[in-house]
Write a protein that binds this ligand. Structure first.
Ligand code: ADP
Length: 519
């Protein structure tokens, strides 16, 4: 559809010239010879641009400008005048006129100014559309964790009002299963408006049925299909758009222009609002999916916490009983008891990891920071791992200088983070090879590393091993035990100590894990 232009001038020749030139440039042009005729035309139709003379019989072009800005704030105005004075130009610009054409102007100047004005008008609306859309996207992501859908819908409605410069509006959400529309948010409307309606009922129901936008002008009197709907005199013009996700209606957006006399929503506004509605529907959908995922995530964490708790109590009893039995058993049964003991310890470790994991997810990981000697802590870890490494015939060496400065840490959590690396080195290294634990002071931090000569990690997996549940070999039939949360826990602990953790590795060439702790 070509843009609509109204030319107002008491010189017939100017009107004719403008009409001819601008029609040739692809616009749809009407002319008016005086103020009253212009106002009459403007009452009936909405224009994208009005070109008006500054001096009309008894009236000023500035009156037309004010009139237009009051009725159609999105319509641009260009003033034409032979009596240009700086003051009148400034006043026209102050009142919202886009530009000023000095008579006599040549054809190129006219076409150039009009084109630039229309482009500017479109670009302005598209920029607002873009700004508002990206804002609601960001907002939806933020509030999907804690906020509710109503807050999001209110923001969408506010953005729609901003884009269309409308005065009031509402959003209704459609429930496919009951074929019902429910009004969820409204701005600038009476609280007592109808809140629930079926498909086909009232205006919004009609829009759902037709799946098409509807523009209503000057109250509802001229629409027999809505004769039963009470008309509101203060609403001059409305636009009701279906909010569609693919080919399904998920809601209706209604916007109203109030208390301005002859406003008509333009096709361009309809187009812009259509784009906005399709963005809004994606945002609503993303919000709903996110919300559901967050709720499932909460359930999952709760489930892990509950299961771990339930498992921990009987495991503690078994461990205690096994310890008692170990001391009073004849030699032949000792091996069996040791087996039970080892497996109970393994399960206890796993349950502990699961509990830590659920705490990590729900943000209730607690620390007790104290000034500690890393030398003692690292030597204790080496002592704890001596036997398992020896049993697997892996040479464990350590380089822990006695000069390491004290650090402020939660001792047992740091022990846990480093022990996870040691357990992995033990697990992923074949017998007859070597593992080394090293610590040294570097600039402002202490660097601890655990280096093995084990199976290594391929480049494509290396970036993901600190992710929750990630395992290079995640199959049930894999040779090595584990559930893939040890490194995620270590990472959380180290980052909560303001340190860093990373790995260097190559497949079949061993791995080196690093941890830094600030001094
Ligand atoms: P888990 O050991 O329980 O599977 P982790 O989070 O501790 O979980 O480790 C994640 C994955 O990273 C392991 O499954 C393994 O694929 C890889 N990985 C970790 N440490 C090593 C290592 N020292 N050598 C080779 N692969 C490793």
């Amino acid at each position: 559809m070509p843009e609509k232009i109204l030319v107002v001038d008491d010189e017939k020749e100017i009107c004719k010239l403008c009409q001819r030139v601008l029609t040739e440039s692809g616009y749809s042009v009407l002319t008016a010879g005086d103020y009253n005729e212009a106002i009459k035309i403007l009452k009936k139709e909405r224009f994208d641009l009005v070109l008006t003379d500054l001096r009309l019989d008894g009236h000023s072009g500035l009156d037309i400008l004010s009139n237009i800005k009051e009725r159609y704030p999105l319509t641009s105005v260009i003033i034409m005048s032979a009596y240009a004075s700086v003051e009148s130009a400034i006043e026209a610009l102050r009142k919202g006129c886009y530009d000023y054409l000095l008579k006599p102007f040549d054809i190129d100047e006219l076409v150039f100014t009009v084109k630039r004005c229309i482009q500017h008008q479109r670009a302005e609306q598209e920029v607002t559309l873009f700004k508002e859309t990206s804002y609601i996207y960001q907002f939806a992501q933020e509030i999907s964790k804690t906020g509710d859908e109503e807050t999001l819908l209110r923001l969408i409605l506010k953005s729609a009002l901003l884009i269309s410069k409308a005065d009031s509006g509402s959003i209704l959400v459609y429930d496919d299963s009951t074929e019902t529309l429910e009004l969820k948010v409204s701005i600038g409307l009476d609280e007592n408006i109808t809140k629930i309606m079926k498909v086909g009922e009232r205006i919004a129901g009609y829009v759902v049925k037709r799946k098409e936008a509807l523009i209503l002008e000057n109250g509802l009197k001229k629409y027999p299909e809505f004769s039963h709907v009470p008309s509101r005199d203060d609403i001059t013009c409305s636009i009701c758009m279906p909010v569609m996700l693919q080919d399904k209606v998920i809601g209706v957006l209604c916007l109203n222009k109030q208390n301005v006399k002859y406003y008509i929503f333009s096709e361009h506004e309809e187009k812009i609002l259509n784009v906005f509605c399709s963005h809004a529907s994606l945002v609503i959908q993303a919000f709903r999916v996110n919300k559901e995922l967050n709720e499932l995530d909460k359930l999952k964490n709760q489930f892990i916490a509950n299961v771990s708790h339930e498992l921990r109590t009987p495991l503690m009893s078994i461990s205690g009983a096994v310890e008692l039995l170990e001391s009073s058993m004849p030699d032949g049964s000792k091996q069996l008891i040791e087996l039970i003991s080892r497996n109970t310890q393994r399960m206890t470790k796993l349950v502990g990891e699961l509990l830590d994991f659920s705490k990590l997810e729900t943000g209730v990981f607690k620390y007790c920071f104290m000034e500690e000697s890393l030398q003692k802590l690292l030597n204790d870890i080496v002592k704890d791992f001596e036997k398992p490494f020896h049993d697997k015939n892996i040479e464990l060496t350590a380089s822990i200088p006695g000069t390491l400065p004290p650090v402020k840490i939660d001792k047992s959590r740091i022990n846990q983070a480093i022990s996870n690396l040691m357990s992995n080195a033990l697990k992923f290294t074949e017998p007859n090879s070597r593992v080394k634990l090293t610590a040294k002071k570097s600039k402002g931090e202490i660097v601890i590393s655990v280096e093995d000569t084990g199976i290594g990690i391929d480049k494509e997996h290396l970036g993901r091993i600190f992710d929750r549940f990630y395992q290079v070999d995640g199959s049930i039939t894999r040779e090595r035990s584990g559930v893939g949360i040890g490194l995620a826990i270590s990472k959380k602990i180290i980052e909560d100590h303001k340190g860093r953790i990373w790995a260097e590795s190559e497949s079949n060439k061993g791995s080196k894990f690093y941890i830094t702790l600030p001094i």
